[in-house]
Ligand binder design. Structure first.
Ligand code: DAH
Length: 362
């Protein structure tokens, strides 16, 4: 039986190489994959074989079937392409009778423009870009401006100016990619968060300030389902006279409702970030279970989505804002986490591995 299969295979391959059009290919398919083909008969008859033989034959017969199916698919594509090219070639040279004096299309080597065009695959925005636009739009509607900043950053902006001097333990929160610099030059790095833009914006503008900063950030970490060495954050900063913690809460509450739905509840809890005082983390009630506890929210009913706080007076002083006059709030959120929550994506690495099967879903 195994020899028989080998024989069918070599015959089919021989015939395949001499097919010249789609009709012949269809006949080939019927011959080798059709109901009455020898292969189908063998597969049908498996049950009547003794166990040992059945195992061996079944494996090879199924393998052959898969091989025939793939060959059929591949040949169909290439024959289609060939047919199309032949048709196109035939129409380019076609004689068109036109009144004398008017050059025909073929004079210019133009193919027949009345042929249906080849379909052009439609592109789309990357899911990260889509989410980024959606979030920025919300903040723009709330009166924020969108600005961007450098990904290669000075230690000063990424750490020092944000109250994180060289020996500060908070540096451990940010596994950093350092950039080699000449000795004596100021230390440089790939920004580990978008917060350095708080300083850059305040250095060059006077209050009132209201900005959001989307962009890439980098962390020197092993990657896994929830960690990437490059990901996106969106930073927010609002500074003015009389800006209070209520403004922070009101703004972020509004944001959460616009992004996650009107019925969302939010929770603020104390957290620590050196550049804000007080610092908080904001969570929303779980949209999967409504707060009763499920896998998405690890049974807690809440999902943390961002860090925030009132800008630390020392940070304001560093950019020559008088903390007795001006106060402000800041926040930072990890962007990919949001589509992950909204669409149930369980691995952050999918975003940047360029698998079209993933990307085409958005
Ligand atoms: N930069 C912080 C991080 O990457 C997030 C953050 C927390 C930003 C609090 C803020 C803030 O502006 O106020 O973990």
């Amino acid at each position: 039986m195994l020899e028989k299969l080998a024989e069918i295979k070599s015959k089919a391959i021989d015939e395949l190489s001499s097919l010249s059009d789609l009709r012949e290919l269809e006949a080939w398919r019927v011959r080798y994959l059709g109901k009455k083909s020898e292969l189908t008969q063998i597969l049908r008859g498996l049950a009547s074989l003794p166990l040992e033989e059945r195992k061996a034959v079944s494996a090879s017969a199924n393998e052959l079937k898969a091989f025939f199916e793939t060959s059929h698919r591949e040949n169909k594509e290439s024959l289609k392409e060939r047919a199309y090219q032949e048709m196109e070639a035939a129409t380019v040279g076609r004689q068109i009778t036109l009144p004398t004096g008017i050059p025909s299309a073929e004079t210019f080597g133009i193919p027949d423009v009345t042929l249906p065009g080849r379909p052009i695959p439609l592109g789309r925005l990357h899911p990260t870009t889509q989410m980024l636009c959606r979030i920025c739009d919300i903040f723009v509607a709330l009166g924020f401006q969108v600005v961007e900043g450098p990904e290669v950053e000075w230690d000063y902006y990424n750490f020092e100016a944000l109250n994180i001097p060289p020996d500060h333990p908070a540096r451990d929160m940010f596994a950093t990619f350092w950039i080699e610099t000449e000795s004596g030059q100021r230390p440089m790095l790939l920004r580990t968060h978008t917060s350095p833009m708080q300083i850059r914006v305040m250095e060059r503008t006077q209050p009132p300030v209201r900005v959001v900063v989307p962009g890439k950030v980098y962390r020197y970490e092993a990657t896994d389902a929830t960690h990437e060495s490059m990901f996106y954050q969106i930073e927010g900063l609002a500074v003015d006279e009389h800006t209070t913690f209520s403004d922070l809460k009101g703004t972020l509450y509004e944001f959460a409702k616009r992004l996650f739905g009107e019925e969302r509840r939010v929770r603020f809890r104390c957290d620590y970030f050196p550049f804000v005082e007080p610092g908080v983390e904001m969570a929303i009630d779980c949209m999967a279970c409504g707060g009763s506890g499920c896998r998405l929210c690890s049974g807690t009913g809440w999902i943390e989505i961002l860090g925030a706080g009132m800008v630390h007076p020392d940070v304001l002083r560093r950019v020559n804002y008088d903390p007795e006059v001006y106060t402000g709030f800041a926040f930072g959120l990890g962007l990919e986490r949001i589509p992950m929550l909204l669409y149930g994506i369980d691995d952050i690495r999918l975003f940047y591995s360029n698998d079209l099967r993933f990307l085409r879903q958005f």
